[in-house]
Design a protein around this ligand. Structure first.
Ligand SMILES: [Cu+2]
Length: 127
């Protein structure tokens, strides 16, 4: 092989390697960018949902676990959390909230999703 040909091939390989690196970088960065954009729109949606769903949801106390700051509520639709009617466990934001209710009580409450954990931030007897 001629020295000239070897040099050309070497240059070509380097060029291909850089091109491949570039593609890999773009491939690695693009999903991250897309993700960031999606998160922003999600946040905007959540804020809109929060504003739209000011107010409390209906519930009935099924179980109280004061030691764990948890309560089981049979609840009506919760628009802000996109939930249908169901019975589920919530975490009370403040243990003292649980002092004001007992099993069987009808309540009005407000719950938020805090990193996947559903937290009751307000709890009051139903009027
Ligand atoms: Cu639920």
């Amino acid at each position: 092989m001629k020295e000239e040909t070897r040099k050309t091939i070497k240059t070509l390989f380097i060029a291909i390697a850089f091109a491949a690196l570039g593609v890999a970088l773009v491939a690695a960065v693009m999903p991250a960018l897309a993700q960031t954009t999606m998160d922003h729109s999600k946040m905007a949606d959540m804020k809109m949902a929060d504003t739209a769903a000011v107010g409390m949801s209906d519930g009935e106390v099924r179980k109280i676990d004061k030691a764990q700051s948890k309560l089981t509520l049979k609840h009506g639709k919760i628009k802000s959390l996109n939930m249908p009617v169901m019975t589920m466990v919530f975490t009370a934001k403040d243990k003292a909230m649980l002092d004001g209710v007992k099993v069987g009580d009808k309540v009005r409450f407000q719950a938020t999703n805090e990193g996947g954990k559903l937290v009751v931030v307000e709890l009051a007897p139903a009027i």
